[in-house]
Write a protein that binds this ligand. Structure first.
Ligand code: DAH
Length: 330
């Protein structure tokens, strides 16, 4: 057996080998019936001298072939991997989600409310007539129902037009002192620049035994100034809500013109931010709280509206178009 010849032959086989040829080559050169292995097996029949030198040569050839096969396999497999992937294609951009502006406003409001001792509550969106209206001192066929163009599931069941339902539900199951904000989706048959059929509100309710209108004004001034900036002025205008008496609407001074009057504030210098008032005695009574012992104040605000004022957005429908160019700005 000519070791040099075997090596030469192996090298020439390898030069043209593809990935599939490597195993047959291995069997041919290092398999049981190969010359090298047969040669190693028959070393015992040689003299000690011959055995040493031939054994060393055969072993080194075997090692050489094993390593060459391994190296070739790595080389060819690597090349095949590269064929699968076009490394010159630009990478895909990894899209990172954004917090929706409505969620962002909620989070800010919750932080402020919690710092003032209010806890955050929820209530059902599909609601009965009692909790959406009746218990809030809005009787059937009363013109006060007109303030919300409600979606009805049946005469007795509706999609709540406001979060005020949570006031009743919470008071029913908790004794004063009560200090909550309630949040969630609300629904009205309305769609234009400043209305979407589904929108969000945050409701506030405080009930205790020595609550005055001054508490309402103080708490809401802190809330709104924390939200919009300590430099903003606030004012309260008389208004009417069935569930509060007296009732007010609250304005914050326009941030664009500083209160001088501009297009954004319709030249009034003021922006309306919420409705509020002292809880009507009928509402306390309907929820099982004695109005002779307890008083309270309540407020309600539209979250999209707050976001529009804060970020200078003029079309409310943008919040729900899912246009990333809009949403990514927040
Ligand atoms: N529920 C009223 C609305 O949706 C907002 C509101 C006004 C809530 C005065 C209140 C309140 O709790 O006291 O327009």
């Amino acid at each position: 057996m000519d070791i040099e010849k075997i090596k030469k032959q192996f090298e020439s086989d390898m030069a043209q080998a593809g990935l599939k040829d490597l195993e047959p080559i291995r069997v041919n050169y290092l398999g049981k019936k190969s010359e090298i292995i047969k040669g190693l097996r028959s070393l015992g029949s040689l003299s000690v001298e011959e055995r040493k030198s031939r054994g060393a040569k055969l072993n080194s050839l075997r090692n050489y072939i094993e390593e060459a096969l391994m190296a070739k396999k790595v080389e060819l497999a690597g090349a095949k991997e590269q064929e699968k992937y076009d490394l010159t294609i630009p990478g895909k951009k990894f899209e990172i989600g954004h917090i929706h502006p409505v969620t962002r406003i909620y989070n800010e409001l919750f932080e402020i409310a919690k710092s003032m001792g209010f806890s955050v509550q929820e209530g059902p969106e599909v609601e009965s007539d009692w909790y959406s209206f009746e218990a809030l001192n809005i009787p059937k066929n009363h013109p006060a129902r007109d303030f919300a163009d409600t979606f009805y599931i049946s005469e007795e069941v509706n999609l709540r037009p406001h979060t005020s339902n949570v006031q009743i539900r919470y008071m029913e199951s908790h004794k004063p002192p009560i200090r909550i904000v309630a949040y969630g989706r609300t629904y009205r048959r309305d769609s234009d620049m400043t209305h979407t059929p589904m929108f969000h509100q945050m409701e506030g309710l405080l009930v205790d035994d020595r609550v005055t209108f001054a508490d309402l004004k103080g708490a809401l001034t802190v809330l709104i100034q924390k939200m919009f900036g300590e430099d903003r002025k606030v004012r309260f205008r008389p208004h009417h809500f069935p569930f509060t008496e007296p009732s007010v609407e609250m304005d914050v001074s326009c941030g664009l013109c500083g209160g001088k009057g501009c297009r954004s504030c319709k030249h009034s210098g003021w922006l309306e931010v919420l409705g509020a008032g002292s809880v009507h005695p009928n509402v306390l009574k309907n929820a099982g709280i004695d109005p002779k012992k307890y008083q309270g104040f309540a407020f309600g605000m539209g979250i999209e509206r707050i976001a529009m004022l804060k970020y200078g957005i003029d079309d409310m429908r943008l919040f729900y178009d899912n246009d990333l160019r809009f949403l990514e700005q927040f």
